[in-house]
Ligand binder design. Structure first.
Ligand code: AMP
Ligand code: GLY
Length: 424
């Protein structure tokens, strides 16, 4: 079989490494992939959003199955375009990817189908948004409706900050057309849990839960990033919480999408907050999380391709999706300065004994040498019998890897460990 994976980050590297365990696969292509992914797949120089070229490549190279992982191509309709040429894909159609592509859509969906989430209002008019803010309590959360590279959420502590946020999105257009509409919502508190779930529109199979660390610096300080590290499972996701989520959130969401004529097939990401009032949806993503995937897939014991194909063929209920009982920790090694300005082109040294634990996110090849090319450079994962050991093992691996200006958080997993000890 020939597989094409669309995307070029650490998440795609984790997907490719997991797919490679299946010996029916003769060849994996990645578009565009990256310098590190090129040791596991043939990278083709086509951007993930260049759908026409992707389809052309897939047809010419007789691709048997495609996996579309990033949000942009999904929201732009990559799966529909590949399917139209007879190429089966893992990932939702454009009409279902709107669950991530428009926060206004997802909030209306949750309201209509009684799925627990923060209360909110949607505005397409700046003056009305500002008028509304006068009547609200703070902090409050302002979200750009469309995709904004994970940056379109502002938690405003005061009325003045909230007005600035609304103006930056609606008149200054810092997120372009994504800010034409804004969602203003209630500020919730509680631990956050990420749950990725396979679904074929009929069956929902949640994967092992995980915890992201979104802020750049230790102690959850600094700017919001794409994620600086993850652990799985997430200790806040107890069996009781899992049961509530399955009954009140996961199945109702999949059924709601069916009822709207937007059947979702692929990986549906539930960003949850466990509030004192129960679990609530903070956000949906129409794809695998990054860097959640780098801890979730290493714990998957079943064959990923088999599960993905069962999703595509709507027979997910027939396959086993088994996860290990072990724990995983992924540390992101970034270039110092990320998520603001950072340098590029630093040579990366990864000793061969840790290579299999490394998911390359932002690196390119300069001759034979791997050099940094992005803010998040590598994800380094360890899987061990318990969380404490997984954390220390991941850090030991990180210490063996070097590149100039490397930066990583030193406290990944500490909050989860604390939750585990508090439990006892
Ligand atoms: P999102 O891009 O929607 O995941 O939001 C980014 C982050 O903002 C989330 O991971 C939360 O930490 C925070 N956030 C989003 N919505 C809320 C909310 N209603 N209350 C509190 N924090 C929120
Ligand atoms: N790690 C958060 C996300 O993938 O959106």
């Amino acid at each position: 079989m020939k597989i094409l994976v669309i995307g070029g980050g650490g998440r795609e590297h984790a997907v490719i490494k997991a797919l490679k365990k299946n010996n029916k696969i003769e060849k994996i292509y990645a578009a565009p992939g990256n310098g590190g992914i090129s040791s596991d797949a043939e990278c083709v120089n086509i951007g993930a959003k260049d759908i026409d070229k992707i389809v052309e490549f897939a047809v010419e190279n007789k691709i048997d199955y495609a996996v579309v992982t990033p949000d942009d191509p999904l929201v732009l309709g990559a799966v529909d375009a590949l399917n139209a040429k007879g190429i089966p894909c893992f990932g939702p159609s454009k009409s279902a990817a709107i669950i991530e592509g428009s926060k206004a859509f997802s909030k209306e969906l949750m309201k209509k189908y009684n799925i627990p989430t923060a209360t909110y209002e949607i505005f397409g008019d700046e003056d009305k948004a500002i008028e509304y803010l006068k009547t609200q309590k703070f902090p409050i959360v302002i979200k750009a409706d469309g995709l904004a590279l994970g940056k379109g959420v502002i938690i405003a502590k005061t009325y003045a900050e909230a007005i600035d946020a609304v103006k930056s999105m609606m008149s200054d257009k810092v997120f372009g057309a994504s800010g034409d509409n804004v969602v203003i919502e209630e500020f919730l508190t509680g631990p956050e849990v990420s749950v990725l779930a396979f679904t074929d529109g009929k069956t929902v199979v949640p994967m092992v839960s995980s915890m992201d660390h979104k802020r750049a610096k230790d102690g959850d300080e600094g700017l919001n990033t794409g994620g600086m590290g993850t652990v799985a499972p997430n200790p806040y996701y107890t069996e009781d919480i899992a049961r509530i989520c399955e009954e009140k959130i996961f199945l109702p969401t999949v059924n709601a999408m069916n009822a709207e004529g937007r059947t979702f097939k692929g990986c549906l990401y539930f960003g949850l907050m466990i509030t004192s009032d129960g679990p609530k949806v903070i956000e949906y993503n129409c794809r695998f999380g990054d860097p959640e995937t780098q801890v979730v897939l290493p714990l998957l014991e079943s064959d990923l391709l088999t599960v993905m194909q069962a999703v595509t063929e709507e027979r997910l209920s027939e396959v086993e999706v088994k996860f290990s009982k072990k724990s995983a920790c992924c540390i992101i090694m970034a270039s110092d300065g990320y998520p603001s300005a950072y340098g590029k082109g630093y040579e990366i040294d990864i000793p061969s004994e840790v290579e299999s634990s490394v998911y390359v996110a932002g690196a390119s090849l300069k001759g034979e040498k791997l050099v940094t090319s992005g803010g998040r450079v590598l994800g380094v994962t360890a899987v061990e019998n318990d969380l404490q050991t997984a954390i220390s093992s991941a850090y030991k691996k990180v210490e063996k890897i070097s590149f100039a200006n490397a930066f990583y958080r030193k406290d990944i997993g500490q909050r989860a460990l604390k939750a585990l000890t508090e439990d006892k």
